[in-house]
Write a protein that binds this ligand. Structure first.
Ligand SMILES: O=C(O)CCC(=O)C(=O)O
Ligand SMILES: [Fe+2]
Length: 460
């Protein structure tokens, strides 16, 4: 890979159409923030889903609809396994062994030797029986832009105290000279006008239009809802290395997270609809912090290949929330398994990357594994910490990539799911978004669009 987050670039590339019953949504391989093929120009409530931030086009509405922004037949995330049609037998495709692919099969050896705590659960099984590829095969160092990351640690955009500093220049245009070739590969060459990305980003909050009357919950109802959520705080060990913290993020924190994600999502490196190398679109909008995860190449990089934007850094406040969540998971593990060292079950982790997904009401994400972080991170079982905000999701997880055999849990607004250690390579995905399930107070106060915001923090 040419970058940090290698998602096993070989596993799917060159195999479009290789999966049966797969229909691909054509994708032009450029940042697709608009889904302009649809002629609906607003969401069901009439507000534009995207804001046009390119100065000369200010105010232009960009079309989208509930199916449109998340339209996908079978994304690459789905193609390995995973068809959420319960009547069909899901296909399971093995990685070629070199893959570091979030969507490839369980790599059982990754879970070996983790932790000293024995317990009654089964660890992930060696379903594929493959040897893990050597580090050299799996990783090449990403090239950080030297001007910005001279010491390899500082990140280009400082987001502190939840105030977001998005570059004034807001590089809505592709300023680099990367171009996508017809096969989706990147080619160097002079910038061409058609390579410029549209200055359009998904706004996860609805823009209030003048004169619009919206029904808001009373202060009393709002406070009651917030209080109820705080009283419903609980935690559960779902399997070894996998902990669910219910209602862990309070209303005020969720508001802040929405604000930060909204602001970042509208700026350079903001939300876009990703495509895979084979032309399939993912059924969500995505942006990355710290480093970019490129679904086409299945790798992490310091720049986004679609538009050369530099991902904003992970805000410190987000890191603090992650730290607190891991600490709470340790307390829970200690309480349930007194003889365990909790850090053996879920190692502590300081995140330096984050993938932010926004699912519309029809958004989904096929079963996959997160396997594109460094070998060191994966081998240590450093956890993925996932925060859910907005509408609830039917979240599937299991040892194997089959939907029928997967477990289901509902992730609600404010929940934090942690999977590391023996569960680091768990298959997981979002089966559906449950409409109108977001807390009323949150929707009213943030003007949050219908759908679900998800942040997954990792250590690269
Ligand atoms: O939305 C979620 O809950 C899961 C997201 C995820 O698995 C990913 O981005 O890799
Ligand atoms: Fe994932």
């Amino acid at each position: 890979m040419n970058h940090p987050r290698q998602r096993g670039g070989k596993s799917n590339r060159g195999r479009p159409g290789g999966w049966q019953n797969t229909q691909w949504v054509p994708c032009n391989k450029k940042v697709d923030t608009s889904s302009t093929s649809k002629d609906n120009s607003s969401s069901t409530d009439g507000s534009p889903l995207y804001v046009e931030t390119r100065p000369e086009d200010a105010g232009r509405k960009v079309s989208e609809d509930s199916a449109g922004i998340e339209q996908l037949s079978n994304s690459e995330r789905h193609q390995h396994t995973r068809d959420f049609n319960a009547n069909s037998v899901p296909e399971v495709h093995h990685d070629d062994g070199h893959g570091h692919d979030r969507f490839s099969m369980v790599d059982p050896s990754a879970t070996k030797g983790k932790g000293s705590c024995s317990n009654s659960w089964d660890s992930l099984k060696d379903s594929a029986g493959n040897e893990r590829p050597s580090s050299a095969k799996r990783h090449q160092s990403p090239k950080a832009p030297s001007s910005l990351l001279s010491d390899g640690s500082s990140l280009p955009i400082d987001v502190s105290s939840f105030s977001v500093h998005v570059s004034e220049a807001d590089n809505l245009y592709n300023t680099g000279n990367h171009q996508n070739g017809p096969d989706g590969n990147h080619q160097n060459g002079p910038e061409k006008p058609e390579n410029k990305i549209p200055g359009v980003r998904l706004d996860i909050c609805k823009v209030k239009s003048a004169g619009a009357v919206t029904l808001k919950p009373s202060v009393y109802a709002k406070n009651r809802e917030i209080r109820k959520a705080s009283l419903q705080k609980s935690s559960e060990i779902l399997r070894p290395g996998m902990v669910l913290l219910k209602n862990h993020i309070n209303h005020a924190e969720q508001m802040k997270i929405i604000k930060v994600c909204r602001d970042l999502g509208l700026g350079a490196g903001g939300f876009y609809k990703p495509c895979f190398g084979n032309g399939g679109k993912m059924n969500l909008q995505m942006m990355c912090l710290g480093m970019d995860w490129d679904p086409e190449r299945k790798v992490y990089d310091y720049r986004r290949s679609v538009d050369d934007a530099i991902p904003p850094s992970v805000p410190d406040e987000f890191k603090q929330i992650v730290k607190r969540a891991v600490t709470e998971s340790h307390a829970l593990i200690k309480e349930k398994h007194k003889k365990c060292n909790p850090a053996d079950v879920i190692p502590s982790m300081q995140p330096d990357i984050c993938i932010i997904n926004f699912y519309s009401k029809t958004g989904t994400l096929g079963l996959h594994q997160d396997k594109d972080e460094t070998e060191e991170s994966l081998d240590k079982g450093l956890p993925v910490v996932s925060i859910s905000i907005g509408d609830s999701a039917e979240f599937l997880y299991g040892e194997h990539g089959d939907v029928e055999g997967a477990n289901k849990v509902i992730l609600e607004s404010g929940d934090v799911l942690i999977f590391g250690g023996k569960s680091r390579h768990i298959f997981h995905g979002v089966k559906s978004i449950l409409p109108d399930t977001a807390p009323k107070a949150l929707v009213a106060e943030a003007n949050l669009r219908p759908g679900r915001l998800n942040l997954t923090f990792r250590k690269y």
